[in-house]
Design a protein around this ligand. Structure first.
Ligand code: FAD
Length: 510
């Protein structure tokens, strides 16, 4: 077994939280090692849009937005309602430190942010019109160190197809690439193919990790602390079932064989507390011929129906809210999304990836017919109900009012749509042939896990911290609980907690 004793901070995982922690630690002069299980950096974060819900920063000010820390607090209070005191403390730390973190990162020559127009997910006091999320600016491959360019996980549609990334890296790709550049530039050690399998302790303190690496098992020690930021357990079927997370490993958006909850298991072996373990960041998932699911948002037309052929919600809802509607009744998984030929037979929505319509039709994940009754026969849905639902929806498109679910009444509903009728979120299902696409319940990761204090220290059931052990990202119980307040909440919260954790490590006694 290899044994090394020469870093200050070990970061487990390489998503947005992990690499923010690593970058902040490396910039503070700490020796950092990042251990990533897969051969590529970035995990689900590299697939993401890179939206960061980081309120009250200079980026929103530059964009002239009516955003402030106080406004974000008002919004969170309205969305989350009453929260437990320990979670309140974590939210306050997040709100207080989001501006500092962005200010610090923007002093770095390798990272800048810009406003990303994308409405927040609830119509609540404190909401900023068109949203307050920010994103890292795009970067081209030529501007990256070649070793980093080769290590960034490609966007999901290319990664799943076994293709390399694009020349321009934007969104989550840019976030991972830029943070990894900082870590490498400051002398940090980015190790892919290193799966952390356990924690090393000494007199009740975590002093390192055990890993399986390219040269076999090894041990690495950290003088100041270990940050667990290794995703959730969305890739572990047994853990999902045991903890009651709806959905399925095959439908989850995380890269294959990445997030199986190793870090949570390792900390739980030291009696770490867990919470919100039944929770995920949910979304409707377009069923794929290979059994997978694709994150889908921004429906421009069409209706989602359950196995009785009935609509059950506003299809334009923010995706986590629609996913939760799907999870609420068994007859909603799978659902069918019914649309017409107005867009040439392609899905009138954004699916990542959509896949090839012909392949869908051949596999039966999509069925097509010249009439709604024909579609009902092909899907097994009751024809009279489906015809009635489509006719009713088409009537709503004419009046501009969805009398059943209020689709189009919120700014989010019309953000992605190009409709020309009285309600831009309501475009009718009129032009044959008609298509029904099978939908399952997908997720962007689980978000229940280790309980931490505001600085990311991992806590035991009795509330005492496990010395030397910190966690962020989907490895922890989300500070937002069962809510997804707005675009970038997963990354924004992960980044701030990771940065607070390494700052705490920087001032801890080695
Ligand atoms: P990941 O980013 O998945 O990183 C975890 C890493 O840890 C993985 O690389 C994994 O291989 C590694 N790992 C796991 N176990 C071990 C181990 N034992 N040892 C070493 N390494 C290990 N969120 C936003 O905030 N904004 C967005 O714009 C946004 N857009 C999205 C768009 C898409 C298409 C998808 C799929 C998701 C999106 N999300 C977005 C959600 C967000 O990407 C994830 O919830 C978040 O990135 C999870 O971060 P993480 O660090 O917890 O996990």
């Amino acid at each position: 077994m290899n044994s090394e004793h020469d870093v200050d901070v070990i970061v487990v995982g390489s998503g947005g939280g992990a690499l923010t922690g690593a970058a902040v630690a490396a910039r503070a002069g700490l020796r950092v090692a990042v251990l990533e299980r897969t051969p590529l950096l970035g995990g689900t974060s590299a697939y993401s849009g890179g939206a960061c819900w980081l309120p009250g920063t200079a980026v929103q000010q530059r964009a002239g937005l009516p955003d402030s820390t106080e406004g974000a607090r008002t919004y969170l209070d309205a969305v989350l309602g009453e929260v437990e005191p320990d979670r309140r403390a974590r939210l306050e730390a997040f709100l207080a430190h989001a501006p500092d973190l962005v200010a610090e990162l923007e002093t770095d020559p390798d990272l800048d942010f810009e406003w990303l127009p994308f409405p927040e997910y609830y119509d609540a006091p404190g909401r900023v019109p068109a949203g307050r999320s920010i994103q890292p600016t795009a970067i081209t491959r030529e501007d990256l160190r070649p070793e980093i360019a080769a290590l960034v996980r490609p966007p999901v549609e290319r990664d799943r197809a076994g293709q390399p990334g694009r020349r321009t890296l934007s969104g989550g790709q840019a976030l991972i690439a830029r943070l990894a550049m900082i870590v490498a530039r400051e002398g940090g050690d980015l190790r892919v193919g290193h799966r952390v399998t356990g924690l090393v302790t000494q007199a009740d303190r975590v002093v390192g990790v055990r890993f399986d690496g390219p040269d076999g098992p090894g041990e690495l020690r950290a003088r100041r602390g270990v940050l667990l930021a290794a995703g959730g357990f969305e890739g572990d079927a047994a853990a999902r079932t045991a903890r009651g997370v709806p959905g399925d490993v095959a439908w989850s958006m995380a890269p294959a064989a990445a997030n199986t909850g190793d870090a949570i298991t390792a900390a739980a072996a030291l009696a770490a507390a867990t919470d919100y373990t039944g929770q995920g960041w949910f979304c409707p998932g377009l069923a794929q011929p290979d059994g997978g699911g694709s994150f889908t948002l921004g429906f421009r037309s069409g209706i989602m129906v359950d196995q009785h052929g009935r609509r059950y919600g506003n299809e334009s809802l923010p995706y986590d809210r629609f996913g939760r509607l799907m999870a609420a009744a068994p007859e909603r998984v799978p659902s069918w999304f019914v649309f017409d030929a107005a867009e040439g037979g392609r899905l009138p929505g954004i699916a990542m990836p959509e896949g090839d319509p012909e392949a869908h039709l051949a596999a039966g994940t999509w069925v097509r017919a010249d009439t709604i009754a024909g579609l009902a026969a092909a899907t097994g849905l009751p024809a009279a109900e489906l015809e009635e639902q489509v006719a009713r929806y088409n009537g709503f498109c004419e009046t501009g009012v969805d009398a059943d679910f209020g689709r189009g009444s919120d700014e989010y509903d019309t953000f992605f749509t190009g409709g020309t009728g009285p309600n831009r979120a309501l475009s009718p299902v009129l032009t044959p042939p008609f298509t029904a696409a099978r939908f399952v319940l997908s997720d962007l990761g689980t978000k229940g896990g280790l309980v931490t204090d505001p600085e990311g220290r991992v806590l035991r059931e009795d509330g005492t911290p496990i010395a030397g052990l910190y966690a962020s990202s989907n490895t922890t119980a989300s500070m937002f609980g069962a809510h997804y307040p707005g675009p970038g909440a997963p990354l924004g919260s992960a980044m701030v907690v990771a940065s607070l954790a390494v700052r705490a490590m920087a001032v801890s006694a080695p």
